[in-house]
Design a binder for this molecule. Structure first.
Ligand code: ASP
Length: 328
């Protein structure tokens, strides 16, 4: 049964932000209820049938297990409902890459699921929220949108969850895609895909877990010693993602402490604090000898999501974990 009904799962963020000046200072995320937001969307002439569910009303810096768990089950429910064509999740931009990637790893690549946010609150001059939302409706309504996994629509651009990263704090085109660039360009009147769906009919890669373990990101800095690693182990981290310098480097004392942890069974993933690029195995750091995993194309935030999921799924082998980072 084909349908133009779209389930809208609201979580908050700047797209629902207001209360500041028209110049965008002093606003609070997650202030506008989903019914008010959709009223405005309809007044713009967006014709699709929008079916709202409020999951949360928060800034995405506060998102965590309970919201993710609810989102996942709401999306499963929408996917099983023949009257629903696809799902839009309104979300803050700060952690959109984490939520999108977690959902992407744990959902079938069937009906389209699109995250959308805004960089400017609804009452700011030049607010981008309504345009992004109208674009998201256009994407989800498109016949060619399914089979691509979870996507993000921002700044007239469609990205795959696996590729996105927030790369600017305030500009409206704040997101970049790596290693792939955008999947499509979208405006309220046009949509151009740059290739066919690549995951048509693919099943979820991981089962939804019962919870997620404590995994920390450690940013390497010049002159750092082993104490921060010891502190993270001391609070019970089950895994550590190093956001290293360059291709995932860190001072020798930090690497030695991380090696000790890896050999004691705490998985260590080396990613980079640099905005873009691969972290490959055994380039400057001997991952084989030290027992590390290389994050390859994943930046620290998404590497942490994948590592949490691997640990939660009971995976323990470094080689097995590396294989999932090689094909994220
Ligand atoms: N702090 C906000 C959030 O992530 C920022 C935004 O939405 O752009 O919820």
């Amino acid at each position: 049964m084909s349908s133009s009904r779209i389930r809208v799962l609201a979580t908050g963020g700047t797209i629902a932000g207001s209360g500041g000046s028209a110049f965008g200072s002093g606003y609070r995320a997650g202030q506008i209820g989903i019914d008010d937001m959709l009223r405005e969307v309809r007044s713009l002439g967006v014709e699709a049938e929008l079916d709202p569910v409020e999951v949360a009303s928060i800034g995405s810096q506060d998102i965590g297990w309970s919201e993710w768990d609810r989102l996942h089950s709401e999306i499963l429910r929408a996917q099983a409902d023949d009257s629903i064509a696809g799902v839009i999740v309104t979300h803050g931009t700060d952690t959109a890459e984490e939520t999108a990637y977690l959902l992407d790893l744990t959902l079938d690549a069937g009906k389209p699921v699109v995250l959308v946010g805004a960089m400017r609150p609804a009452d700011a001059v030049g607010s981008d929220g309504m345009r992004n939302f109208a674009n998201a409706v256009r994407v989800v309504s498109d016949q060619a949108a399914g089979g691509r996994g979870v996507m993000l629509v921002m700044g007239d651009t469609v990205f795959a969850a696996r590729d996105i990263r927030k790369a600017a704090t305030s500009s409206v085109d704040a997101f970049r895609g790596f290693p792939r660039g955008p999947l499509a360009r979208v405006t309220p009147t046009s949509l151009d895909w740059f290739g066919p769906p690549d995951r048509t009919g693919a099943a979820a890669r991981f089962a939804w877990p019962d919870g997620l373990p404590r995994v920390a990101i450690l940013i390497a800095g010049a002159g750092m010693d082993e104490k921060p690693v010891e502190a993270l182990l001391g609070i019970g981290c089950k895994g550590i993602v190093l956001a290293g310098m360059g291709q995932g480097n860190a001072p020798a004392r930090v690497l030695d402490a991380l090696e000790k942890a890896a050999k004691a069974g705490v998985p260590i993933v080396r990613s980079s604090r640099v905005d873009e690029g691969l972290v490959d195995r055994n380039v400057e750091v001997d991952d084989d000898a030290r027992g590390f995993i290389a994050a390859r194309a994943l930046g620290p935030a998404k590497a942490r999501v994948l590592l949490m999921l691997l640990i939660a799924s009971g995976m323990t082998g470094t080689a097995e974990m590396q294989a999932t980072f090689d094909r994220p």
